[in-house]
Each structure stands twice: as C-alpha cells, then as structure tokens.
Design a protein around this ligand. Structure first.
Ligand code: NAP
Length: 397
C-alpha cells in the first residue's frame, strides 16, 4: 500500500454526530489528515457540502431513491456510487489509509470487514460492528495486520490506559456511565417518557439511536460487549461504574492494585483525534480541560438489575454466538418504533426480549451467519411490533 504524507481518510456515516466531529477534527488538522471519500444513507445537503469542502474523490449513498439525484449534482467528485451496496463498493475500491466508520447500527459491520480484509485499519465509532461479530472482526484484523482503533470515548480511554501494558496484568476494566437522563428514576416510572426527553442526554450531544440507548443504559451493555471483544478479556472483568460528570472516560485496574484513567471534558473530538493520529499523539487545542472546573468527581455503583435493557445485553454476551447480533438488530427496530411514537419507552426491552426468547444457540461461523441472524431478528422484531400495533388499534377502536 502506498503511504501518503497526509493520512487519507474514508469517512462513512459522514453526516451524523460523529461524522461531523470527524470533519471538525480534519478541518483543524488539514496538514495531517485528508478526507478522500464520504458516505452516508441519504444524499443530504450535509453530505454534498462535505464532499465539496474536502474535495472528496468518492461519494456513496445507500438510499436507492437518491441514485438519480446523485448523478445530477455538480461536483468534481470522481467516483459516484448510489444504491444499497454503494458504501460497500466504496470501501472496497477507494484508495485510503484509514476507514472511519461512523455509521449507526448493524449496517456498519460489512464495511468494517471489507476494510480489514484489505489490510486497512478502521477507526471505529460503530460499536454494533463489535457487538454483532466481534470475534470475526478481531480475527480479520489479525489476519491482515490491520488495526481496530476505538472512537467510543470509553474504549479509547481503555485503549490509551493499556498502552505499554500486558493484557494479563488487567484485573478489571471500569466502564464509566453518566447514568443518562433518567438515572434518578426507576424504570417502571418511565412509561410516559417522550422521545424528546429521552434524547436529552445530560453530558453528550449524540445521534438519536445512541441517545435513546444511553437513556435505557442499553448502550452501556453494548459497550461491555465491545470491551470484551476489543480487549480480549472475560465478561466478568468488565464492570460499570456511574460517574455523573462524564469526565473520567474509563479506567483500568491492574493486578497490582493500581488504576489508570483517561480524562478530559466530554468532547468526542478528542477520542476521534487520537484514533486518527494513532500511533502518534498530535499537538492540538481542540479540547481544553481546566482542572479547577472539576473539584468533585464521583463514582457510584450501578444496580444493573434496575435496567432491563442492560440486563438483556449482558445476557446476550453470556450466550454469545449470534445472540448479540440479534440483540442489536432488535434494539434498532425497537428504538426506531419508540422514536416514531409506536411504542412506549418501557416497551423497548419487551420487544428485544420477545426476539431473544426463542433465539437458537448458533455459533458465529462466518459473516454470512451474522448477516442472516440480523435479517431474522429484524423480521422477528417487525412481527412483534405489528402485533403490538394491532393491539393498540383495537384498544382505540
Ligand atoms: N454520537 C456520539 O457521541 C457517539 C459516541 C460513541 C459512539 N457512537 C457510535 O457511533 C455511531 C454513529 O453514531 P451517531 O450518533 O453519529 O449517529 P447519527 O448521528 O444518527 O449518524 C448516523 C450516520 O450513519 C449514516 N447511516 C445510517 N444508515 C446507514 C447505512 N445503511 N449506510 C450508510 N450510512 C448510514 C447516516 O446517514 P444519513 O445522515 O444520510 O441518514 C449518518 O451519517 C453509532 O454506532 C454510535 O453508537 C456515537
């Protein structure tokens, strides 16, 4: 692979919350990084603006309806791709050093696998990749010598704490959680929570799915699975601790009793900068942390039994195989239904649980197994939701 002076970045999920933060980091460090391609679902104004600003060589949109519109745009972009396979083709054929995967949901899995298969490292925001197929993803990276560099702030913190350490010296990985907007409430009291309330995270500004997942603490369950896969530790070595200030992004406790933590004001541009720069650390003023602003940092235990979505995720991790892929797909549909006003906030875990109830124990033998599991879980969740909607309609009539 030819090496370039500036790191050539292919950014998929370019228009989302993480995608925009990646653009911001690249804008500030143009001497180091170059965005050579952008991809997303829709051909939005934001995507076109990014392609123009960074003079992207390729642009891909997966929404079929946007294919003809794409052809009519006046862009110097050389490679236009549109249709369900567009992002996959872009990842397969573009010339880049690093794939930044900021797509939301299980749709992020295949691009990761293609990039790793080509020996390209992946800066991974899309945690669903590791949840659905962690063992396959890490094996693909090992096979080609490519790296999986976490963007999730907790996993970036752990990755940084582990630099220079031996894996067998880890006693416990402590994932911090702000607790989300409903920390003080019990789950059964949350029936009347509206999408707007669930989207109001106390410390992070994020896309809609991860915001709702953070409010149910499902996101923390995904992160436990992500940590187990990424760092090769046992599930019981990953613990969750509530840290309402979101300043300590996570910690590692070593077997001599020592702790290492990584911290800063909460701003995703910092873990993004680290993932883009790795193995270097780039001097930057993007994020400034003033110690005097944090006179009190608190850590509290999490009663995980009070968070049914977190419980479901931990259960799926224990079962392994294709269960985490099914879990993730079911949650995507349940969260979508909640955001569309079709189900209550407290019904999200019920949809996931219904899908997992009859889920078979099957091993994670190939990418195709995962994709099949994803498709079946979506069908099952769709049926659960349809039955639910019929019941609601009958009650109204
Ligand atoms: N936001 C955060 O602070 C944060 C922190 C840690 C980890 N993460 C993780 O990062 C990922 C992205 O989160 P986000 O908050 O940035 O989400 P978001 O704001 O909803 O953005 C999602 C992005 O994915 C694109 N996309 C959706 N479906 C796609 C598909 N099938 N093919 C190609 N692109 C597709 C969207 O394109 P359109 O705009 O065209 O729909 C958009 O660019 C998630 O996995 C999340 O868990 C996020």
């Amino acid at each position: 692979m030819q090496r370039h002076a500036r790191k050539r970045i292919l950014l998929i999920g370019a228009t989302g919350s993480i995608g925009q933060s990646v653009q911001s980091v690249v804008r500030t460090h143009r001497d180091r990084f170059q965005i050579v391609g952008v991809g997303a679902r829709k051909l939005s104004d934001g995507l076109i603006a990014a392609a123009k600003e960074f003079d992207a060589e390729s642009l891909a949109v997966t929404d079929e309806a946007d294919a003809s519109v794409a052809q009519r745009q006046d862009l110097s972009t050389r490679d236009w791709l549109a249709g369900s396979q567009a992002v996959l083709q872009q990842v397969e054929r573009a010339d880049y050093d690093l794939l930044v995967n900021a797509v939301v949901g299980n749709a992020g899995l295949e691009p990761t696998m293609i990039a790793l298969g080509r020996g390209r490292s992946v800066a991974l925001a899309n945690k669903e990749t590791l949840v659905a197929a962690g063992p396959l993803v890490m094996a693909a990276a090992t096979a080609t010598g490519a790296q999986v560099l976490p963007i999730d702030s907790e996993h970036s913190a752990i990755f940084q704490c582990l630099l220079g350490e031996m894996r067998d010296s880890i006693r416990t990985i402590w994932l911090t959680t702000s607790g989300g907007p409903f920390w003080e409430k019990s789950f059964s009291d949350l029936q009347s929570v509206t999408p707007d309330a669930a989207l109001g995270h106390p410390t992070w500004k994020m896309g809609p799915k991860i915001s709702v997942d953070s409010a149910t603490l499902f996101n923390k369950g995904l992160e436990v699975i992500e940590a187990v896969r990424l760092f090769g530790v046992r599930p019981e070595q990953v613990q969750i601790v509530a840290h309402r200030q979101s300043v300590v992004h996570s910690m590692v406790e070593f077997n001599d009793g020592s702790f290492k933590a990584q911290w800063s004001v909460p701003d995703m541009r910092l873990p993004i900068l680290f993932a883009l720069s790795y193995p270097d650390r780039v001097p930057s003023q993007i994020v400034e942390t003033r110690l005097q602003d944090f006179q009190r940092l608190t850590f509290e235990p999490v009663a995980s039994e009070n968070f049914p979505c977190l419980q479901l995720a931990l259960h799926a991790l224990q079962r392994g195989g294709t269960t985490p892929a099914a879990l993730s797909a079911a949650d995507e549909l349940a969260v979508g239904a909640f955001l569309n006003g079709q189900i209550l906030f407290t019904e999200i875990p019920q949809v996931i649980e219904s899908v997992l109830k009859g889920w078979p124990d099957e091993s994670l033998s190939s990418l195709q197994t995962v994709l099949d599991a994803d498709r079946r879980a979506r069908t099952a969740a769709g049926k659960v939701l349809a039955v639910h909607l019929r019941k609601v309609e009958n009650r109204i009539c």
